[in-house]
Design a protein around this ligand. Structure first.
Ligand SMILES: Cc1ncc(COP(=O)(O)O)c(C=O)c1O
Length: 451
């Protein structure tokens, strides 16, 4: 028998059995196929807003929809509840919940906020809370959640205290310190803080918040309940609800977990005990516990809740499954963020360890981005004239503060870039070049013309 020479690497004999590039993981070409419904040429670097759903999961969704339409009654009586329970079981394991009864599937984070805030609103309306009592939230909480607070809390007589998020941010300690200051303000004049709403990953600007630490602070300070708005969390960072220890924790599954729109999970600690927590859409199951109430809120399409096993199959085609995807997205978004900041002579909005698959990158000050209108004009210009989809953040300079500067002035605008499995280097180069071109042409945001 021929001897193998280790200097030659793998012997031809062995490699014929095991081809050099063989891998059971999904190849690039299949990733492209899975997302071939995306509009060609568009540099889609905004997975954060609406997520993305691969073709194989859309096909599974279609099968569920047809199964319902084929024999709706049989589907309703024999299939639907079991299918939703199977999905809830998967989520329970993924987030390390104690029991499947703690996990409800709802439409989105907005619905979850309504569920949590409705019970707070009832307590104000029914006189269980004093009118002066308060709810604490980050000043950059998602606008829909802020409106929900207005609808359920302020309207019922409660007050709101906002925690200012330092940005650009350098460390978790900066956030913890601001949070503690706002708790002191919230508790002034004998008021009680009835609920703290903490984002796990803020939307705009995007920063990972030290949520476990903040929940601990809330407990120490005697805050009644804590709701973590983690709309962006699952699929972009590891979620362990036991470790975080909040009363309520919501994450969309259609953002970073490849579900079709729309589905989110809401984890309620000791769900059975919190019997006053209800779905705002009341149907036959009212009073049977939130997970069951949520599993039937009238006739509608429940397929996005049923495809979670198909999503699991999809992510397991990648090396390391969802954890591998998260790790690579993080690495790539940091790399792309640094590449852009270097080319534009600007900065990142947070240290890499305070971001997941989204990162904020400063825009050149020569763009003169001085208002929300400038931000939305630039965003539309990039979409319409350069086929680049990316959200833009306007950083209002604080009184008396100079802020971060580039060579020409103060940085007042940031892009929020995302990275998901379908993104390629070209996407970010397109953004880089578009911005550099505007600067080279001597244009400011106000001068951008969108036909
Ligand atoms: C922090 C945060 N909360 C809530 C939401 C609302 O999510 P949805 O529109 O899916 O309800 C978003 C959406 O981007 C978000 O970023």
């Amino acid at each position: 028998m021929e001897h193998e020479d280790p200097r030659n690497g793998e012997s031809p004999h062995r490699s014929s059995k095991k081809p050099k590039f063989s891998s059971n993981y999904i190849p690039e070409s299949e990733i492209r196929d899975e997302f071939c419904h995306h509009q060609p040429r568009v540099a889609r670097i905004n997975n954060g807003s609406f997520g993305s759903c691969p073709g194989s999961v859309l096909a599974a969704q279609r099968r569920w929809q047809l199964q319902f339409l084929r024999q709706p009654d049989a589907f309703y009586f024999n299939t639907l509840r079991n299918g939703i329970t199977a999905s809830r079981m998967i989520i329970k394991d993924l987030i390390n919940a104690d029991h499947v009864d703690e996990v409800s599937l709802v439409d989105n984070a907005t619905t979850a906020a309504a569920i949590v805030l409705q019970q707070i609103g009832h307590s104000f309306a029914e006189g269980k809370f004093k009118k002066s009592d308060t709810v604490l939230m980050l000043h950059c909480a998602f606008q829909a959640v802020k409106k929900s607070i207005q609808a359920y809390v302020t309207r019922a007589g409660g007050s709101v205290v906002e925690v200012r998020l330092p940005f650009p941010v350098n460390s978790e300690e900066e956030i913890i310190s601001e949070f503690k200051k706002s708790i002191t303000e919230g508790k002034s004049n004998g008021r009680k803080i009835r609920l703290a709403i903490i984002d796990h990953i803020t939307s705009m600007p995007s920063v990972v918040i030290p949520v476990k630490e903040l929940v601990r602070v809330c407990r120490e300070e005697g805050i009644d309940q804590v709701f973590v708005d983690a709309a962006h969390a699952i699929g972009s960072l590891k979620v362990d609800v036991k470790e975080i220890g909040a009363d309520f924790y919501v994450s969309n599954l259609h953002k970073w977990f490849f579900c079709p729109p729309s589905v989110a999970f809401l984890h309620c600690k000791k769900a059975n005990a919190s019997s006053d927590v209800h779905h705002p859409v009341v149907s036959h199951e009212y009073g049977n516990g939130l997970p069951i109430e949520s599993s039937w809120i009238g006739t509608r399409d429940y397929s996005s809740q049923l495809v979670i096993p198909a999503v699991l199959e999809f992510v397991n085609r990648f090396e390391g499954g969802i954890e591998g995807i998260m790790e690579r997205n993080h690495e790539q978004v940091v790399k792309m963020g640094k590449m852009l900041a270097e080319s534009w002579g600007t900065n990142l909005g947070s240290p890499p360890e305070m971001c997941t698959a989204m990162i904020m990158v400063g825009l050149p000050s020569r763009l003169c981005l001085n208002s929300e209108e400038d931000a939305s004009r630039l965003r539309s210009y990039l979409r319409d004239c350069h086929e680049v989809e990316v959200p833009i953040f306007y950083q209002v300079p604080k009184d008396g503060e100079d802020g971060v500067r580039d060579n020409d002035g103060c940085i007042t605008g940031y892009v929020r870039i995302s990275h998901q499995v379908y993104n390629t280097l070209d996407d970010y180069e397109k953004l880089r070049d578009a911005i550099n071109q505007i600067v080279k042409d001597g244009k400011t945001c106000k001068m951008l013309c969108i036909e």
